[in-house]
Write a new protein. Structure first.
Length: 449
């Protein structure tokens, strides 16, 4: 495949501009790869020349950014319906990992070639003593047994093996979709054509081979090839895209993975709801489910944080969570407060916060902060991944004193920093960093506001 430049942009999450991932359109002259990044994702951070995206060094950086994004989408999408292939939703989860495995193993080992083991009578080669003793007549000399010939083992590479041809097809298919992220080398056109009419035959061949091998490397290879065959929905150089129109699921799952308690502990904080029908309790209870429950300890004192992930296109203090979201978070806080009082017999601090994506470099300028963005090192940027915008509360003229959870803080989170944590997460450090920022913001901006 020829070198096709990557065109990067951020989606807006407005007016049906909701796709995040990669679009790949083939044409003889005007093939194009679009890299569509999520809200707040700063793909410019390591770009040396911010005007010329076609610069070779910038293209290399964009490939890294896009590959990283696709891995995040693959890992953190909520369900099989989040991933897109071709021009419509697919009922099967696209085997991204299989494609990448095929590419990486090909670059390391080349095409799969089966070793055919043969045995022959000769004095050269690795001796198979069991076969030699049973098949070769020895000579006796001075009470000793002497073998003049031996049965030896010889490995012969079979290039006509059907698995090799299937692998050729898989390599070509994988490189046509994602090879440009790794290398500019070209792969040969496969000798075998695989389509809906014959792919079941090749699946059976691979399944049999997978069942018989004990080699871990081959197991991984055959499993990946099988995953590609089972999908095989794209034909030739058709437009291709991989990504999601539901990045809010990814945002929510990444936040929960970076900061949240385990699912079993989280269930404790599900406020139950139920229907009474004809004066009878309906069997199935319905639960309200908070996005993320985070625990922290300050001098051995427990602290609880209820986090609501909001994937909003936050601009100039617009597009804020509405009254229903505010009410819901405070209801979670009320329920958690009651539970903690019952369990601990003390007032456990409970904080509430909305987490919204933003771009530190770009958005902090728009917010009018005193930071000189262009002079900041990458270390400074990493240390500035949160931004406090204000807080929400229920308007109640009769209430003079508020519990902490009755005010929901608005916290912007740098998208690129957060997605980095999803892959190279230090959960303890993440929790400490966010909890300290929330407490500091509450003390300085809410209590003293």
């Amino acid at each position: 495949m020829r070198n096709i430049p990557i065109e990067p942009k951020n989606h807006t999450n407005k007016d049906n501009d909701n796709f995040v991932g990669m679009r790949f359109s083939y044409a003889k002259k005007d093939s194009q790869i679009e890299a569509i990044f999520p809200l707040g994702y700063d793909f410019l951070a390591n770009i040396q020349n911010k005007i010329d995206f076609q610069d070779s060094d910038n293209q290399k950086q964009l490939k890294k950014e896009l590959y990283y994004l696709l891995k995040i989408i693959r890992q953190y999408s909520n369900s099989k319906f989040d991933s897109l292939l071709g021009q419509s939703y697919t009922e099967e989860s696209f085997p991204f990992d299989a494609y990448i495995t095929i590419i990486e193993m090909f670059m390391q080992y080349g095409y799969y070639i089966e070793n055919e083991i043969t045995y022959q009578k000769t004095s050269l080669g690795k001796i198979n003593w069991k076969r030699t003793i049973s098949q070769v007549k020895p000579m006796f000399q001075d009470d000793s047994i002497i073998y003049l010939d031996f049965i030896t083992r010889k490995n012969k590479k079979r290039i006509d093996n059907l698995i090799t041809y299937i692998h050729e097809w898989c390599v070509f298919e994988a490189f046509s979709k994602f090879g440009f992220l790794f290398t500019e080398i070209k792969t040969k056109k496969p000798s075998l054509e695989i389509n809906e009419d014959n792919k079941n035959i090749f699946e059976t061949v691979l399944q049999n081979e997978l069942a018989q091998t004990f080699n871990d490397k081959n197991k991984l290879l055959f499993s990946s090839m099988l995953a590609m065959l089972r999908l095989n929905k794209s034909k030739g150089n058709q437009p291709f895209f991989f990504g999601t129109t539901n990045f809010h699921h990814v945002w929510e799952n990444v936040i929960d993975g970076c900061f949240g308690v385990q699912k079993e502990e989280k269930k404790k904080y599900y406020p139950p709801a139920q229907w009474i029908l004809n004066n009878k309790l309906k069997d199935k209870e319905n639960n309200l489910i908070p996005d993320t429950v985070m625990r922290s300890s300050n001098n051995n004192r427990k602290e609880l944080f209820l986090l609501d992930s909001k994937y909003y296109a936050f601009e100039n203090f617009q597009y804020l969570p509405g009254a229903s979201d505010i009410n819901k978070q405070i209801a979670y806080g009320d329920y958690a407060y009651k539970l903690e009082m019952e369990d601990e017999n003390e007032n456990i601090p409970i904080f509430n916060a909305f987490l919204i994506p933003y771009n530190f470099r770009k958005d902090t300028i728009n917010f009018g902060t005193k930071n000189k963005i262009d002079n900041l090192s990458q270390t400074n940027i990493d240390e500035s991944h949160f931004f406090f915008i204000g807080y929400a509360e229920l308007k109640d003229e009769t209430k003079k004193n508020h519990l902490k959870h009755e005010r929901v803080l608005g916290i912007l989170v740098d998208t690129k920093w957060l997605l980095k944590q999803a892959v190279n997460a230090n959960k303890k450090s993440n929790i400490e960093s966010l909890s300290e920022f929330i407490k500091k913001s509450y003390k300085e901006e809410v209590d003293n506001g």
